[in-house]
Design a protein around this ligand. Structure first.
Ligand SMILES: Nc1ncnc2c1ncn2[C@@H]1O[C@H](COP(=O)(O)OP(=O)(O)OP(=O)(O)O)[C@@H](O)[C@H]1O
Ligand SMILES: [Mg+2]
Length: 346
């Protein structure tokens, strides 16, 4: 006896073209109709090319024909228009979180380039510009958002059984740091992390947000890639330092977002230069590499953030300069990048 479960299980072996995720988990299998040994399946896609639709149809039909009880198969692939300009990827319009307008990942090819610092200050700067902003810390092993935003505490649960994000400087926050005790190491493995991140997106009462920024763990490996597929991203920002050694990692970041069809919103060059107390400009890591690499890759350059002691202190004390000193040079640098990002998305 053929059942919908058998069909669904067989369809789980079909990957969305170009992705490591299967079409069932993407939620695009809409209807399964069984009549004796004949099966009809309808799949609904948004923003897919005709080649993708064709390939999906072929592979799904093949997977079902391999079932011994199935005689004839028809898979209908419906491509419906994406509900929103800028939305991309197979999940658009499906897993999109109600109330959240734009989900933006902040990534870097390697650690220590100031990705969390940029995430935190960009979130605060967008808030200063009048946007409703959330910040999700996906760095499970080294969450630094709580410290940088000066918050501790545990998220509450509301009457709808959703987690209530903490809030600091008008930005809604969720981080693994709120859920584990002190310095207890997190020893979770991949699938549990994915599940938690999914809950951070879908089981948190984010309310209405113009932007949800997502601080990804450093690097562009499998973990980051699966995160990009787990979170319904609208775009990605890449943070780099100016020196050549760091720019290879920009390429990796670009490649990562391209692999998962996430539009690259732009590159931010952090630690661009240092100004001494007597006004002399020192380019510790060189300068301009971020802009040059952006041009080479044909992506936008969102701006540069110089090295400022105030930025480091703000991070350590939980008082981000973009929130506490937006009128100073370090604060303005972040506001400028936030403006560029906002313009890019409008
Ligand atoms: N523009 C800047 N000026 C001064 N200090 C900075 C600047 N950007 C980052 N820092 C400092 O550099 C250190 C590393 O920054 P941060 O933690 O943001 O990097 P990260 O890329 O998120 O690191 P990780 O890979 O560990 O997540 C922090 O102490 C931060 O305060
Ligand atoms: Mg970090």
């Amino acid at each position: 006896m053929l059942t919908k479960e058998t069909i669904t299980d067989a369809l789980k072996s079909v990957k969305y073209p170009g992705y490591s995720r299967d079409i069932v988990s993407f939620g695009i299998v809409k209807n399964i109709f069984i009549s004796g040994d004949h099966v009809t399946v309808s799949v609904q896609l948004t923003s897919a090319s005709p080649e993708v639709s064709q390939q999906l149809k072929r592979e799904a039909e093949l997977a079902l024909q391999n079932l011994p009880e199935v005689k004839t198969v028809r898979v209908d692939v419906d491509a419906v228009a994406a509900p929103q300009a800028g939305a991309a990827g197979p999940w658009s319009g499906q897993n999109k979180v109600p109330g959240i307008h734009r989900v933006i990942a902040v990534a870097s090819g390697k650690g220590g380039v100031g990705k969390s610092t940029v995430s935190v200050n960009l979130a605060c700067a967008l808030q200063k510009l009048g946007a409703k902003v959330g910040l999700l810390d996906c760095d499970i092993y080294g969450p630094s958002i709580p410290l940088m935003m000066g918050v501790t505490g545990k998220p509450g649960i509301n009457e709808n059984e959703k987690m209530v994000p903490l809030e600091s400087f008008g930005v809604k926050l969720m981080s693994m740091g709120f859920l584990v005790e002190g310095d207890a190491p997190v020893i979770w493995r991949g699938p549990m992390i994915m599940k938690t991140i999914q809950q951070f997106i879908h089981s948190v009462d984010w309310g209405d947000l113009d932007f949800l920024l997502v601080d990804l763990p450093p690097g562009t490996g499998d973990a980051q890639l699966s995160l990009c597929q787990t979170v319904p991203l609208d775009g990605g920002v890449i943070v780099t330092t100016p020196q050549e050694a760091s720019l290879g990692v920009v390429r990796k970041g670009v490649a990562m977002f391209e692999k998962v069809n996430v539009p690259i919103l732009g590159i931010v060059e952090n630690m661009s230069y240092f100004t001494t107390p007597n006004g002399e400009r020192v380019e510790i890591f060189g300068h301009g590499g971020g802009r040059a690499e952006a041009e080479r890759k044909g992506v936008s350059f969102l701006g540069e953030i110089p090295l400022y002691t105030e930025i480091r202190i703000g991070g350590d004390q939980g008082s981000p300069v973009a929130a506490t000193a937006p009128e100073t040079a370090p604060g303005k640098a972040f506001i400028k990048v936030a403006q560029a990002l906002r313009d890019k998305l409008s």
